[in-house]
Design a protein around this ligand. Structure first.
Ligand SMILES: [Zn+2]
Length: 634
């Protein structure tokens, strides 16, 4: 039988360090000295009355949009009473995140809980909010080693945090250091909610670079790396990052809702690839060679850093109302992810091109690539975009088999194209007078540092867009694009932006790079296939040539036109198809060889955006830098 759960708590002040304002307080010491051995330990001290104390391990962590706090990695939970006696605990069988501490003799409210956490084994959804350790560096997301009594408001619970690092390591975080003695750091107190929003990177090889200091804020790049030589110097190679933060002020306004912003970047082959947004920082990673032969698109940072940075406004400062619950446990309605992630994906690319992290050609080709996937995604005929957002975390990771039928986390890219459509539409209809920048500034840019997360509903978006162009039925546009199924993706942005998309036989330069990097062959518009360089069929376009012939994902191409498979031979067979009229594939399906003779004579085919000279190039307008350089001393 379950013990009775007491849901209403009044935390009593810790008598030894009573702050001047009566506020519930928790004292936390995190011991990171064993991070290289994949262990992180914490000791929590707080007051909670009663004979049964209900403790909650953070479950819904902002940013991953999933009830997947990595509770499975706990390797030690030892509660003690005020006299130091170990207390019994048990888990609520109906809630894996709910742990009950049972007190029978000493009922004084003081409680100590020691936690041990195993790092480096995230689940599909927990990567961005997990903890990692390697020989010379580590990532600490505090939610992995925290618990709080049920019923306590995370926005008022004050945490006094101390951290012990491995010998000689440095750390970067949006947390402010109060003092440091040797490897022990004491931070200025923050609330439980703020602490979970301020992860920390640490390591032996650390560099902090000031990117820009404006009237509104100071922007920092904090980095750790496997080896010191992997860290860039503060030189002209980082100029696009300075441009990025200045462009963000030109977009959202010169008075952001933070005083300091930190890009936390782990440059490592030991740590996983991740990116997660926070209100005053972002947690990012890149491969160890990211800054050698620097190419912001190839190393992924040209997409990642602007995306996570935009989230400081879109998602952290303002958030869809269903995702604002004020705690880490109430289920969240994620239907607004087409804005939270989609608008961020769009603005991330816009800021990337405005700041020089990507070229205009890369910007245009990225948008065309997004569009080409949407055009092949037949899953829209049964599943509206809204549903990919509602079910978002169930679609993360996992098998890509028949992904274009199932749909994936389409709210990112299709959300981005929806906002591009809105932007191009506003510009075209107003002859360049109005644009989405105005919407961003009025909706996200009032910069109030006192307010936490400001929620918004779809209706608020519709009203704000309506103020820019009242003649567009924005509510209907949102309904048809987001909430309804579609026969085919409406690529209306192309025309509004002054382009047409057409099939060409020249491989786009950015696709060529992606094919080399990703070791695959893209034949989406020709045979309706994506094939790994090993011959494995990665994706099949529903309704495409290969699909109609009966080919499915996961099987392996062993031969092409009577010869052994190679990437070169497959590409050549497609290229020669106008003369041959077919492509013959020998397929290994399990332990069975099968020949598929595909009737195809279209040659190489790729979508490309071509200018319509009679129209204004709105895409070029969108990509043009806005920064008022006189506002900065850089
Ligand atoms: Zn995001």
């Amino acid at each position: 039988m379950m013990p009775i759960r007491i849901t209403s708590w009044v935390l009593v002040l810790l008598c030894s360090s009573a702050p001047t304002i009566a506020q519930p307080t928790m004292r936390v010491h995190v011991d990171a000295t064993e991070l290289p051995r994949k262990l992180l330990r914490s000791s929590l001290e707080f007051n909670a009355p009663g004979d049964t104390v209900t403790l909650l391990y953070p479950e819904w962590i902002p940013g991953i949009h999933a009830p997947r706090g990595p509770v499975q990695n706990l390797a030690g939970l030892v509660p003690r009473d005020s006299g130091g006696a170990v207390l019994r605990w048990e888990r609520d069988w109906s809630n894996m995140y709910c742990l009950l501490v049972l007190r029978d003799r000493d009922l004084r409210p003081q409680l100590t809980v020691d936690l041990t956490y195993i790092t480096n084994q995230p689940s599909t959804n927990s990567k961005g909010v997990d903890a990692f350790g390697a020989h010379t560096l580590g990532i600490i997301n505090w939610n992995t080693v925290l618990l709080a009594p049920e019923g306590v408001d995370p926005a008022t619970l004050l945490v006094e945090l101390e951290l012990t690092l491995p010998s000689g390591w440095q750390a970067g975080s949006a947390l402010k250091v109060a003092s440091r003695a040797g490897d022990r750091i004491r931070f200025e107190p923050v609330t439980y909610e703020q602490l979970i929003d301020r992860p920390l990177i640490c390591g032996l090889h650390f560099r902090e670079i000031e990117l820009a200091r404006t009237d509104g804020a100071t922007y920092w790049l904090d980095m750790v790396a496997d080896e010191a030589r992997d860290l860039p110097q503060a030189d002209s190679t980082l100029a696009p990052l300075t441009a990025l933060v200045l462009e963000s002020e030109a977009l959202f306004g010169p008075a952001p809702h933070f005083g300091d912003y930190r890009f936390l970047l782990v440059v490592s082959d030991q740590a996983p690839r991740l990116g997660l947004e926070h209100r005053e920082s972002s947690l990012n990673s890149a491969k160890a060679d990211a800054f050698r032969d620097l190419d912001w698109i190839s190393n992924g940072l040209g997409y990642l850093l602007p995306h996570e940075f935009v989230h400081a406004w879109v998602g952290k400062y303002r958030r869809p109302v269903g995702m604002v619950t004020g705690d880490f446990h109430t289920d969240k309605n994620t239907e607004g992810l087409w804005v939270y992630e989609g608008l961020t994906q769009y603005l991330g690319n816009v800021l990337a091109v405005r700041s020089g992290l990507m070229t205009f050609d890369e910007f245009r080709e990225t948008l065309v690539r997004y569009t080409s996937v949407r055009l092949r995604e037949q899953g829209r005929q049964w599943r509206p975009l809204r549903d990919t957002a509602v079910a978002g975390y169930t679609l993360r990771g996992g098998s890509g088999s028949w992904g274009l039928l199932r749909r994936g986390q389409s709210y990112y890219v299709e959300g981005a194209l929806t906002w591009l459509d809105f932007d191009a539409r506003l510009r075209e209809r107003s002859a360049g007078l109005h644009n989405l920048d105005e919407f961003c500034r009025s909706f996200f840019g009032d910069g109030d540092r006192q307010r936490t997360t400001v929620p918004f509903a779809t209706q608020d978006l519709v009203q704000a867009l309506g103020r820019l162009d009242p003649k567009v039925d924005w509510a209907d546009l949102v309904k048809t694009r987001i909430e309804e199924t579609q026969e085919r993706f409406p690529a209306d942005w192309v025309e509004s932006a002054g382009y047409r998309i057409e099939l060409v036989d020249e491989v786009p330069a950015s696709l060529k790079k992606r094919e080399t990097r990703g070791k695959f062959i893209y034949l989406g518009e020709s045979l309706g296939l994506t094939v790994m360089n090993t011959g494995e069929i990665n994706s099949v376009t529903p309704g495409g040539v290969a699909d109609v012939a009966g080919i499915h994902p996961g099987i392996v191409i062993a031969g092409v036109d009577g010869l052994k498979f190679s990437a070169y031979r497959l590409r050549a067979a497609v290229e020669d198809s106008p003369e041959t009229g077919h492509v013959e594939l020998l397929i290994l399906d399990g332990d069975r060889f099968v020949i598929f003779d595909l009737p195809y004579d279209g040659g190489r085919r790729y979508w490309s955006a071509t200018r319509r000279e009679e129209r204004i190039d709105r895409l070029r307008d969108i990509a043009t830098p806005r920064r008022p350089t006189e506002n900065s001393n850089h």
